[in-house]
Design a protein around this ligand. Structure first.
Ligand SMILES: NC(=O)c1ccc[n+]([C@@H]2O[C@H](COP(=O)([O-])OP(=O)(O)OC[C@H]3O[C@@H](n4cnc5c(N)ncnc54)[C@H](OP(=O)(O)O)[C@@H]3O)[C@@H](O)[C@H]2O)c1
Length: 302
């Protein structure tokens, strides 16, 4: 175990991904200073209140902590609500991320920023692309959420040209928040039939695995932009099938189109990310999405 006792500042500490990340940072010997909108406690550590949309508050917190790394898990993640709350989504995902990076550049720390597959797919999600996106591909963001997250990437890279690590992930599922796996398991107790979207293809990613990779990357002092998802591109219908198979749930599944579901925000029809650059750095393959489902269900059972 590394006992480096350096400080990592985590924003969005009460969220789903941070719930998996924080215990892994502690096990790795990192000191953690945690922040989120509201004061709370995670993994036995105090989470202090900090709204990342206020540069003044961010600047004070960052200079007090003076972290080796700042990991930004804070985000406006309600994809549908973002369509009618554009200003709020941009304030958190765009300039909020930029505030953290600018404050950090004043004290000399490094920033791991989490971004999304929604920086691809086109404004209405209907890009014709059907091959995995590379980290170097020109972003073509989908919907307000995608555009706001793209702005965040741009602001982080501009403020910290040599000290940023941007990880784009997708279809996150973990035990600490609302997500597709938990929703399907809940629905399996209530329904015998279910319609699930079959015309969006992407890569489900187990938050526990991503959290392990995040700790490994800061320990390696990695910089740049990487795609960090499980291997494989599937539809939500395939994902649901595997969840029910592993859970032993008997639910009859039917395919449904994005139009039939009728959500407010557009979704990328195809957003599989190429993880080759990350795999070269790690020296091994990313987990498969099926392994991610199995590990999620194991964690729930434990
Ligand atoms: N979930 C996915 O499927 C997915 C996929 C790809 C990428 N990502 C990215 O992965 C990262 C982590 O996602 P997640 O699912 O763990 O998100 P999450 O559970 O929604 O956590 C985000 C946290 O940020 C907090 N927050 C919101 N506005 C804030 C502000 N102004 N100042 C400080 N904190 C604020 C939220 O508080 P409230 O809950 O009180 O708002 C929440 O605790 C995000 O960058 C997200 O964009 C997620």
């Amino acid at each position: 175990m590394a006992l480096n006792q350096q400080t990592v500042m985590v924003t969005g500490a009460a969220g789903m991904l941070a719930g998996d990340l924080i215990p892994r940072l502690l096990r790795g010997g990192w000191r953690v200073q945690l922040f989120d909108l509201k004061q709370s406690e995670v993994a036995g550590c105090l989470v202090a209140a900090l709204d990342i949309t206020s540069f003044k508050d961010v600047s004070n917190a960052v200079s007090d902590v003076s972290p080796e790394w700042l990991i930004n898990c804070a985000a406006y993640t309600q994809v549908d609500a973002a369509e009618s709350n554009e200003q709020a989504a941009f304030a958190v995902n765009g300039s909020g991320a930029g505030n953290l990076a600018r404050a950090l550049s004043d004290v000399g720390g490094k920033m791991l920023h989490i971004s999304t597959d929604y920086v691809f797919g086109g404004p209405d999600g209907c890009s014709a692309r059907r091959t995995p996106y590379l980290p170097e591909d020109k972003p073509d963001p989908c919907g307000v959420y995608g555009k706001s997250k793209h702005l965040g990437e741009v602001e982080v890279v501009e403020a910290l040209p040599e000290s940023h690590l941007v990880l784009r992930t997708s279809w996150l599922h973990g035990i600490h928040g609302h997500n597709f796996v938990n929703t399907m398991l809940k629905l399996a107790k209530e329904r015998t039939e279910l319609s699930v979207v079959d015309d969006q293809v992407g890569s489900p990613t187990w938050a526990g695995w991503l959290a392990e990779v995040m700790v490994e990357l800061i320990e390696k002092d990695a910089r740049g932009t990487f795609h960090a998802t499980s291997r494989g591109g599937i539809s939500w219908l395939d994902f649901a099938r595997e969840i029910f198979r592993v859970a032993g749930a008997e639910v009859e599944l039917k395919g449904q189109t994005t139009e039939e579901l009728g959500r407010e925000a557009p979704r990328p029809r195809y957003s599989t990310l190429d993880v080759g650059k990350l795999e070269s750095l790690l020296g091994r393959q990313c987990i498969t999405w099926q392994e991610g489902v199995a590990r999620h269900l194991e964690a729930l059972r434990a």
